[in-house]
Design a protein around this ligand. Structure first.
Ligand SMILES: [Zn+2]
Ligand SMILES: [Zn+2]
Length: 353
């Protein structure tokens, strides 16, 4: 903790767990002093590889009867917001730390490591798929915090902690956990290092250690004054989507009712298909903006003579209907998007139209 800051006494784990549950976050107990879940009952614990538990009974942990009976078996799968159940767990193990199940809590937690391990020499390994400035000074990237700063700069975004504020937890090793709410209707999966070097994501079936938990390595503390959780910023959601963290429902195949005008060009066909899919699968809340964007993007190809605007308008109308958009509204959006796009002709290879 920085000098001069008020040092608050370590909160009681039960109070932390109950407070989190009252905010809608599902919690589960962690073994005292550690960051792993408490051991489950005898029939649910496999034991370690060198010391397997002979009492373990093979069963589906997702349908374990212990959960209906209120036992904290299988770690994150036991997580709950039920105050009575939580009180019971911490009466049993008062020193248990608090785990927060990301998926059931609707959280996406950006886990920024601070290991100081060997820094990759290839910039492509720092942030795969992100164009970075050529003049990154050697030695300026030491850990995940620097990699996140590069991503934030590449996206011309702002880092939470500045704005928008969100609950940020400092780990005993100096790492940071930025807590975000998953946008409504979205599901995310955890991965380590897919976004960037030392940038992990806790989501779905994974959990994070709650602030206030004290382990043998030190305490998890809230950084700064922010106690609220912001929605996952759009720029970060896009990067997490791009790097495979988004769980998408099975894509309904959207029939392409026509073929692009110059069938030799795979790029045009692919662009059309991608835009139509995006429109057809758009969730309420993003449907209009997705349709506007798609109409504009395809309009640029119409402007370059690659597509027939009337046919594109028909196909977009089909996709918009599939997404459940009202017909009159979408027809107007399609027209204006196409017209605007046509004024900015785009050719696939960058050659003149
Ligand atoms: Zn059990
Ligand atoms: Zn079990």
């Amino acid at each position: 903790m920085r000098g001069g800051e008020h040092v608050s006494p370590t909160p009681n784990p039960l109070d932390v767990a109950l407070w989190l549950a009252s905010q809608g976050y599902a919690v589960h107990p962690l073994a005292p002093g550690g960051k792993k879940p408490v051991r489950g009952c005898d029939r649910c614990s496999r034991g370690d590889s060198d010391r397997p538990n002979p009492a373990y009974v093979e069963h589906d942990k997702h349908a374990c009867p212990c959960h209906t009976e209120g036992r904290p078996c299988h770690g994150v799968l036991a997580a709950t917001t039920d105050a009575d159940r939580i009180a019971g767990w911490w009466v049993q193990t008062p020193a248990a730390g608090v785990g927060v199940a990301a998926g059931p809590s609707g959280l996406v937690i950006l886990d920024v490591d601070c290991h100081g391990n060997d820094v990759p020499t290839d910039p492509e390994q720092l942030l795969p798929g992100v164009e970075l400035p050529a003049d990154i000074a050697p030695g300026s990237v030491c850990d995940g915090r620097d990699v996140l700063a590069l991503l934030v700069e590449a996206r011309r975004a702002t880092l939470p902690g500045c704005a928008p504020e969100t609950l940020t937890v400092r780990t005993p090793s100096g790492g940071l956990h930025y807590w975000f709410r998953a946008p409504a209707g979205t599901r995310w999966r955890p991965q380590a290092g897919a976004l960037g070097w030392q940038l992990d994501v806790r989501a779905g079936s994974s959990y994070a250690v709650a602030p206030g938990t004290v382990t043998r390595d030190g305490a998890y503390t809230v950084l700064g004054d922010c106690r609220t959780v912001a929605e996952l910023p759009l720029w970060l959601a896009r990067d997490l989507d791009r790097t495979g963290h988004r769980v998408r429902p099975q894509r309904p195949r959207v029939a392409l009712p026509w073929r692009p005008r110059r069938t030799g060009c795979g790029y045009v066909a692919a662009a059309v298909e991608e835009e139509l899919r995006a429109v057809a699968e758009a969730q309420p809340g993003t449907r209009n903006s997705t349709l506007n964007r798609a109409a504009f993007a395809l309009g640029t190809l119409c402007g370059a003579g690659r597509l027939d605007p009337d046919r594109v308008a028909d196909a977009l109308a089909d996709a918009a209907r599939h997404a459940g958009l009202p017909e009159r509204e979408s027809a107007a959006a399609i027209r204006s998007g196409l017209t605007a796009g046509e004024r900015h002709p785009r050719t696939p290879t960058g050659a003149a139209a």
